[in-house]
Design a protein around this ligand. Sequence first.
Ligand code: NDP
Ligand code: HSE
Length: 393
Amino acid sequence: MRIGLLGCGIVGSGVYDIITDKMSPMVKNFEIAKVLVKTPEEITKPEMTNNAEEIFSDKTIDTVVEAMGGIHPAYEFITRALNSQKNVVTANKAVVAKYIDEFTALAKANNVVFLYEASVGGGVPWIKALRQAMRIDEVTHISGVFNGTTNLILSEMEEKGLSFDECLNTARRMGYAEADPTADIDGIDVRNKLIISTSLAVGKKVLAEEIMTYGIRGVAECDFEYFKSLNKHLRLFAESVIDEDMYCCRIEPTLFDVDAPEAGIKLNYNICSLYGRTIGTLKYIGQGAGKFPTANAIVQDLIDIDTKNTTLPEVSFDKNAKCEMTMLQGRYYVRYSAQCAQKIEDAFRGINFTKVPVNGAVAFVTEQIPTITIHDRIESAGVDLSDVFVARM
Ligand code: NDP
Ligand code: HSE
């Protein structure tokens, strides 16, 4: 296999190392033929180029690995590679979430393979597990902790009392965070991963605006103090339920009892779960971010292409299904500053809630309500989202 590698940052350099250092006998016939870098100043090896055309027009390159990130020019490069009859493997969940249906169709039309295992769960073999489960079962529930950066922040704030910024800096230093880490903090990265997973399970491309999303931007020390008093752990949790032709998806900070598997997920680890009628619940745990775990997932895809491993069912996105936002419910913890207390409490009129003791702030816990209601009520309060923190109990 002759590979054109687009991008040689954290993930791309991991792929480069595994292949050129021959870390596995399965890659002994793999060769990184060309590496695309952005500028001529970044060219440090003979195989490097800053001209993408050199890769697309090289007929001896059969497979392209995209590890640049972002939508443009990743979209154009993936399209160009598929149209040049090259297999494509990518870790880029942003571009896959947006164009999964288009890339899948384009790969089929060009008789090549398009794989994206590393785009969800980093080193966790999740996409393959999901597709394998779908050989027998309809998957009716997908859930998990799908972001290493926010998981590191939550678990280290909780366990070591470190500040949000200290933890975020660690995640950046370790190469876990996105180029723009607001994508991690605000749940956008998890949303891309939930779009990919749920679209595969439903058989229809799920839209970003269909996913009810809260991130961890507003979390504070006082929240952890209160959760500790309940003996619970906070995780940024993603969930989709699928009932024949209906689905509902949410991403939100969620509390777990100490003995729940999710509570034990720390640092850059992810947990990815599914439910199918005959298999029941399956849970996969591993490093969701980082150079080698992510590169490992990319190289696994390359090995599948090289060995023509076609045991997984074809994916399609032509099902007629619709998003039904009221399918998911919960009891919600809402913490806010004294300044916006009136607005928040007015917005929750008609919903039963109980005030709870939180140091230096005001907080309540609602009765069981549809998840969409919490979004509607917080939005109608018209307060700055950095003044409110919401978590599901
Ligand atoms: P990095 O920023 O470390 O690497 C991206 C590399 O691509 C950089 O070297 C960048 O160059 C280069 N690049 C960007 N645009 C171009 C371009 N137009 N032409 C040539 N080179 C380009 O990011 P990561 O390696 O962390 O992430 C890469 C992808 O993998 C992203 O989609 C990310 O979401 C995904 N991913 C990352 C994981 C991780 O743990 N880091 C885990 C799972 C997925 P420059 O620095 O000059 O901009
Ligand atoms: N920024 C992502 C994370 C990278 O922290 O999980 C892995 O997808």
